[in-house]
Design a protein around this ligand. Structure first.
Ligand SMILES: Nc1ncnc2c1ncn2[C@@H]1O[C@H](COP(=O)(O)OP(=O)(O)O)[C@@H](O)[C@H]1O
Ligand SMILES: Cc1ncc(COP(=O)(O)OP(=O)(O)O)c(N)n1
Length: 501
């Protein structure tokens, strides 16, 4: 579903709670792209209206044309109009552009009691109504539209709303915000049907701009594809939540605004996430020290120039065989937890690759029948325990699995440059410098960085921690063959129980 482009045609409120400022917040909070054409500049705040300035209507017509000549408009919300001339200009534009959805909030008097529409413009407003699908009057506005005294009860308000709906052949949302008592119900009327939306009155001072915000939310939700009853249900639920959090804003000394984004802030937060490309660079940089220390290890240098003793190499391979056996299980677990078929297939293929290709390499060096006979060293055990612990969550597990791709691919490619036909460890160097392994590493980096970019901040931090720990374990693993100080294994977790499906 594309993001609806919603135009508000309304007056301003420099204190941000009502008018166009509220409309834009409401449109955004309800999932639309907000645009605004100003009918009236209003010097007002939470305490009331000080003065109103109506720019020439020729300029209003220019603003309207500037938007509709360029942008396809999915819905229009109309608020404060101010004068009969302004209304006529808007009518002419509506008749020319014919937007599919028009919601009219027939703003006449602010809660503060200040007039926002010339009394002689009321007839012009009645002419405008038939161009809308939905009109959203409060109780005083309903009275003016019916040319009757203000309703004294909710039942009377519903009768008036029904009369407006029948007279102008459109839907009316009657609003009960101005009622006395514990309830603040709304009702959708039209076509002989009445749909009530009951609500409890919230005890608050923050109701400035509720009508503006509600009508903009309705236009946006209708443009999103909801039918009118659903749009009212969702908009009212959002409005109630926003009224409830209004007081926390601490804006102004009079009737404060509602908190349009309170629900979004609470549920989604305001944090922006880094891109996968930024994360790739950042994470690689985070382990720059570990990488440099790994490169400087005697084992790595001797493996590269071929001077490594056969004994040390075989000791390393025996540990690596033990490591790979459980690393393949961890890859299989990642496949099991993967959120998409593509990732599931990638980790499963990597698990198979780790077992088939890499163990074949080891078998060519390790005497038949002796594979897995060696006791796991401390570095092997600790690395595997770390992978096992990471298996609690997919995102952390894949971050922990990544260094074994990325670091081996990086080291393998560089060491392979020193390879030659007589190099004693040529087959090892070629395995890790293989283009297929480079491609697999790229895929693993892509999956992990995309997962991290989509994660929330604390999960991303846990992923980075798991990634760094694995890089440290890689360093220790490469250090072990020549040091052999950690030959004694520790107690090791086993992947098998959780692995069984
Ligand atoms: N104190 C309140 N508690 C809950 N809902 C309210 C409260 N005040 C207004 N509303 C709701 O805000 C919306 C706007 O209502 P209303 O005040 O009647 O219109 P306007 O802001 O145009 O004068 C309606 O959905 C109404 O039910
Ligand atoms: C510029 C402008 N437009 C409309 C209003 C009235 O706002 P509304 O949402 O009807 O709510 P109250 O603030 O009157 O409760 C306004 N004040 N300014």
């Amino acid at each position: 579903m594309s993001i609806p482009r919603v135009l508000s045609i309304a007056g301003t409120d420099p204190s941000g709670g009502a008018g166009i400022q509220a409309d834009l917040k409401s449109i955004a909070a309800n999932g639309g792209y907000g645009m605004a054409v100003v009918t009236a500049l209003v010097a007002q705040n939470t305490k009331g209206v000080r003065s109103v300035h109506l720019p020439p209507v020729t300029f209003l017509a220019e603003q309207l044309a500037a938007v509709s000549d360029d942008v396809e408009i999915d819905a229009v919300k109309i608020g404060m109009l101010g004068s009969a001339q302004v209304i006529d200009t808007v009518i002419q534009w509506l008749d020319r552009v014919r937007p599919a959805i028009v919601v009219l909030d027939p703003v006449m008097v602010a809660t503060s009691g200040d007039r926002l529409l010339d009394p002689d413009a009321e007839q012009a407003l009645r002419d405008l109504i038939s161009r809308a699908q939905l009109v959203t009057p409060n109780l005083p506005e309903l009275a003016i539209l019916t040319e009757e005294p203000p309703a004294q009860s909710w039942a009377e308000a519903l009768r008036q709303a029904e009369r407006v709906a029948n007279r102008f052949s459109l839907l009316v949302l009657a609003k009960g915000g101005h009622l006395e008592g514990e309830l603040a119900p709304d009702a959708l009327l039209g076509g002989g049907r009445v749909l009530e939306f009951p609500a409890r009155r919230i005890i608050t001072n923050n109701t400035h701009g509720t009508g503006c915000s509600l009508s903009s939310a309705l236009a946006t939700r209708r443009a999103l594809g909801e039918d009118w009853p659903l749009a009212v249900e969702h908009s009212k639920r959002w409005l109630t939540e926003s009224i409830q959090h209004g007081a926390a804003l601490d804006v102004g000394q009079g009737h404060g605004p509602i908190s349009h984004f309170a629900g979004l802030w609470a549920r989604g937060g305001t944090e922006t996430s880094p891109s996968p490309e930024q994360l790739r660079e950042d994470w690689w940089q985070q382990i720059a020290g570990i990488r440099a220390e790994t490169d400087a290890l005697a084992f790595v240098r001797q493996l590269g120039d071929g001077s490594l003793s056969r004994e040390d190499f075989l000791w390393y391979l025996a540990q690596d065989a033990l490591y790979l056996r459980d690393y393949a299980r961890a890859l299989a677990l990642a496949s099991q937890l993967a959120p998409s078929p593509e990732e599931q297939a990638f980790w499963a293929a990597s698990a198979a690759g780790a077992i088939e290709a890499e163990l074949v390499l080891h078998q060519s060096w390790i005497p038949a029948g002796t594979m897995f006979q060696t006791e796991a060293s401390r570095s092997t055990t600790e690395y595997l325990n770390h992978l096992h612990a990471a298996g609690e969550s997919y995102s952390v597990l894949v971050a922990a699995l990544l260094p074994c791709f990325w670091l081996y691919q990086d080291i393998g490619t560089r060491l392979q440059q020193g390879s030659h036909p007589e190099h004693p460890y040529r087959s090892w160097l070629e395995t890790y410098a293989d283009p297929e392994f480079a491609e697999a590493s790229e895929q693993a980096i892509g999956i992990v960085t995309r997962t991290a970019a989509a994660a929330n901040a604390s999960e991303r931090l846990r992923m980075l921690g798991a990634f760094q720990r694995s890089a440290e374990h890689e360093r220790a693993f490469f250090a072990a063959p020549t040091l052999r100080k950690d030959a004694a294994g520790g107690k090791r977790f086993c992947f098998e129980p959780r692995q069984k499906l």
